[in-house]
Design a protein around this ligand. Structure first.
Ligand code: SPD
Length: 430
């Protein structure tokens, strides 16, 4: 017994040595947002650069709010995470992020500054007028929010307005992203189109509008939408579209690229449009939270993600578009069969006529009708409450009906069994 206890204590010591936190990198990213084969490659690259071992522990989330709560409330020790712009803004305001310091990375392998598109650097700069988010975050992927539609069932005119998500013609075939902010923004833009046209409100003001009046208006609209909703989805919408189960999906451009390609292989034709009223342009970026335990490996990881060949692999796997504005990335996406687009806003002055998929890289006219979301601070609770009222009402009325039917069935069964018992007793007595 004594020998066994000594052995057990020894193994515990050995185990704690082998899980040395310096040799672990905890990454928390969106699901379906990386080519996972780059993770072991990072481990080998890190060893080659530093002579140190590293093991990536990779976890995923579906919505910004889940990830945020793990850091805000749970103080979890992730080393590198990938929030969206408005969440980066919130984390900056709350002092939850560490400033980035790439001093440990030799210039010869520093891929960050030389590759990030100036357009994306400007987006991050605009996140907060007082603190430059570029000092705390390195952009990863970016895109727009729009409508994926089945071109055999829906015309571009029908899909080209946000009103399509409550069009009764498509009831039961509409998928909506289960992402409150990313649904609220386009619906509010749709509802305020008159004011936008008249110039009495700007897109930027709408992105900051958390007033009770606007929340109520969006809630009323979404309550009209919900009867036609096939699913509120975090990640299965693109798949449902490729199988032809949904014909309309309020979604992100990266999911649209993925879905279009997959669908084409099984003979389903999908396309993507940013509705005419305007929408949201977004960017997700790598940051190091203040509870991180391995800042060195986190910095190397962020750098590795900016290496053009790694960026291209992540794009090809996920359908999303890298924030990397290098010529290598641009050339990897060229398709000579497509019409040229002016992408100088993203790739620089030479890129005025580039043949790429406009879902991947929208032209400037689309970008000009899109705006960046902003953090609402404490008002976010009002949005989440509205969201659960919208989604929950549907479930609870159905739930009430099911419960009532079940109770009635139980009462009927009890009454029936009592009656037959009495009948049996009577016939016994006779
Ligand atoms: N499956 C990964 C999806 C990540 C998309 N991020 C978009 C955030 C928009 N606010």
């Amino acid at each position: 017994m004594k020998k066994f206890l000594i052995l057990a204590a020894l193994s515990a010591v050995l185990l704690s040595c082998s899980s040395n936190r310096d040799q672990i990198l905890k990454v928390y990213n969106w699901s379906d947002y990386i080519d996972e084969s780059v993770l072991p490659e990072f481990e080998a690259w890190y060893k080659a650069q530093t002579g140190e071992d590293i093991k990536v522990v990779y976890q995923t989330f579906d919505v910004n709010e889940t990830m945020l709560s793990k850091i805000e409330k749970g103080h979890e020790d992730y080393d590198v995470i990938c929030p969206s712009d408005y969440i980066i803004e919130r984390m900056l305001n709350e002092g939850l992020l560490l400033p980035l310091d790439f001093a440990a990375i030799p210039d010869s392998i520093n891929y960050i500054n030389q590759n990030t598109s100036p357009y994306i650097r400007q987006i991050f700069h605009d996140i907060n007028p007082n603190i430059d988010a570029n000092d705390y975050a390195v952009a990863y992927m970016w895109g727009t929010t729009g409508i994926i539609y089945n071109t055999e069932k829906v015309t571009p005119e029908e899909a080209g307005t946000w009103d399509v998500i409550r069009n009764p013609k498509f009831a039961g075939q509409i998928l909506i992203k289960d992402a409150p902010r990313d649904v609220y923004s386009p619906v509010l833009i749709y509802l305020k189109q008159k004011e936008l046209k008249e110039g009495t409100v700007t897109m930027d003001e709408l992105m900051k509008d958390s007033s009770d009046e606007s929340l109520a208006a969006v809630e009323a609209f979404l309550k009209q939408v919900k009867d036609g909703v096939l699913g509120w989805e975090a990640d299965f919408g693109k798949d449902q579209m490729t199988k032809g189960r949904g014909v309309i999906s309020l979604n992100w451009s990266g999911d649209a690229v993925w879905a279009k390609e997959e669908a084409a292989e099984v003979g389903v034709s999908l396309d993507y449009i940013v509705p005419e009223e305007g929408s949201n342009v977004w960017c997700d970026g790598w940051v190091i939270p203040k509870y991180a335990q391995n800042i060195k490996a986190a910095s190397f990881f962020i750098d590795f993600m900016c290496r053009p060949d790694i960026a291209i692999r992540n794009m090809d796997e996920t359908g999303y578009v890298s924030a990397n504005g290098s010529m290598e990335v641009l050339e990897s996406q060229i398709d000579e069969s497509l019409d040229p687009i002016d992408l100088s806003y993203f790739f620089g002055p030479e890129a005025t006529s580039i043949r790429v998929d406009p879902v991947l890289y929208p032209d400037k006219s689309v970008i000009d009708r899109c705006a960046l979301e902003h953090d609402w601070g404490a008002d976010t609770a009002k949005l989440l409450a509205m969201w659960s009222r919208v989604k929950g009402d549907n479930a609870s009325s159905l739930t009430y009906v099911i419960i009532c039917l079940a109770v009635l069935a139980i009462i009927a069964a009890v009454l029936f069994s009592n009656k037959s018992k009495k009948r049996r007793r009577k016939s016994h007595r006779r």
